[in-house]
Write a protein that binds this ligand. Structure first.
Ligand code: DC
Length: 218
């Protein structure tokens, strides 16, 4: 039997990563955070000081290896899981994720993760492009205001100096860039189940998805 694939897509701050982790603590699935892979390429682009808006400067992606394993992302063998969470990487990732050669390379790496066994992959185009044949597709949303508030609380708890209005503005910009790009834009797959998490707790969302997985596993 082929491995079971769960695809979770949705905009920035919809809770995809946290909820995916919670599900994988309770079910025998390996979580793969594809946003972390695009962030690793972004880190490399910034290190090389390329103009991220210039698509012709990305041939370096042919010389790098990005691996996501056991909750960590490796860039050419180095664990960069912490380094990819800076504001600079966050704010440049949408530009990098728009580039055709970057997406082709990441989609190859992501499809290779099918060997990990049962997988739960989160991102923007998992149900539409990476695994259109996924066994279960979920599309998570929440209002931009709620998503900005969640980021605000997360950053505050991590001791970062943050401003709610700035976060809201950044989320709106990323939504726009992610959903209007030419290749693999953020959109709900026709056969995905939509879950609006605005007024739900993390546990409620996690339980809802686990129920759906169990139904399909039967
Ligand atoms: O989910 P995140 O914030 O870590 O994602 C980082 C960036 O990568 C974000 O701009 C969207 C992009 N991305 C993408 O284009 N496709 C994916 N499958 C995952 C993330």
């Amino acid at each position: 039997m082929k491995n079971f694939v769960v695809a979770i897509d949705g905009p920035a701050g919809s809770g995809k990563s946290s909820i995916s982790k919670m599900i994988c603590e309770r079910l025998p699935f390996t979580h793969i955070d594809t946003g972390a892979m695009y962030r690793a390429v972004t880190l490399e682009a910034l290190r090389r000081k390329i103009d991220v808006e210039d698509e012709t400067q990305y041939s370096f992606v042919n010389d790098i290896e990005v691996v996501y394993k056991d909750g960590k992302v490796y860039l050419n063998g180095d664990d960069v899981s912490g380094l990819i969470r800076t504001t600079e990487v966050t704010n440049n990732a949408s530009a990098v994720a728009r580039v055709k050669i970057v997406r082709e390379k990441m989609v190859d790496f992501q499809r290779g993760c099918r060997n990990y066994g049962n997988i739960l992959m989160d991102g923007r185009d998992i149900g539409t492009v990476v695994f259109p044949d996924a066994n279960l597709k979920i599309f998570l949303t929440a209002t931009p205001e709620e998503r900005a508030l969640r980021r605000y609380k997360e950053n505050k708890a991590a001791g970062m100096d943050v401003n709610y209005d700035t976060l809201l503005e950044e989320i709106k910009i990323r939504d726009f860039k992610d959903s209007t790009r030419k290749i693999a834009p953020l959109k709900q797959a026709e056969d995905a189940i939509l879950i609006d998490t605005t007024n739900m707790t993390m546990d409620e969302v996690t339980n809802t998805i686990i129920e759906k997985i169990n139904e399909r596993l039967k």
